[in-house]
Design a binder for this molecule. Structure first.
Ligand code: FAD
Length: 103
C-alpha cells in the first residue's frame, strides 16, 4: 500500500489521479496501514492472464514458438474479465474445441 501510494504520487500520474480517498489522511503510519489492510483486504479468487493471448499464445491459443501446444483455460485471458471467470473459461474451451477441429 505504501509503495502503491508512492507510485501513484509520481508526477507522471498527475493527469490520471482522482481525488484522495476519503480515509487516506487517517491511514498514514505503518500500524494504521497494517490495520486498514487487515480490515479491508480480500481476494476475489479469479486469477487469470498468466499465459495471456498476445504474450504467450496467439489468437488460436497456440503457444508461440511451439508446435501443437495449446493453452485453454483462464490463463489465456488478456486481462481479468469484468465479471466472473467461470463461464468465460467454458466459452474459451468451446471455442478452442472448434479451433482444434478446424470448424
Ligand atoms: C473459491 C472460488 C470461488 C469461485 N467462484 C466463482 C463464481 O462464483 N463464479 C465464477 O464465474 N467463477 C468463480 N471462480 C473462478 C472459476 O472457478 C475459475 O475462473 C475457473 O475455474 C478457471 O478455470 P481454469 O480451467 O482456468 O482453472 P481450474 O478450474 O483451476 O482448472 C485447472 C485444472 O488443472 C488441474 N491441474 C493443475 N495442475 C495440473 C497438472 N500438473 N496436471 C494435470 N492437471 C493439473 C487442476 O486439478 C484443475 O482441475 C471461483 C474460484 C474460486 C477458487
Amino acid at each position: 500500500m505504501t509503495l502503491a501510494r508512492e507510485i501513484a504520487a509520481q508526477k507522471a500520474f498527475d493527469p490520471f489521479r482522482g481525488p484522495p480517498h476519503p480515509r487516506q489522511a487517517e491511514v498514514r503510519s505503518p500500524a494504521e496501514i497494517a490495520a486498514y489492510i487487515r480490515q479491508h483486504a480480500q481476494t476475489l479468487y479469479h486469477p487469470a492472464g498468466t499465459c495471456s493471448m498476445g504474450q504467450v499464445v496467439d489468437e488460436h491459443l497456440k503457444v508461440y514458438g511451439c508446435e501443437n501446444l495449446y493453452v485453454v483455460d483462464a490463463s489465456v485471458m488478456p486481462g481479468v474479465v469484468r465479471g466472473n471467470t467461470n463461464i468465460p473459461t467454458l466459452m474459451l474451451a468451446e471455442r478452442a474445441a472448434d479451433l482444434l477441429l478446424g470448424v
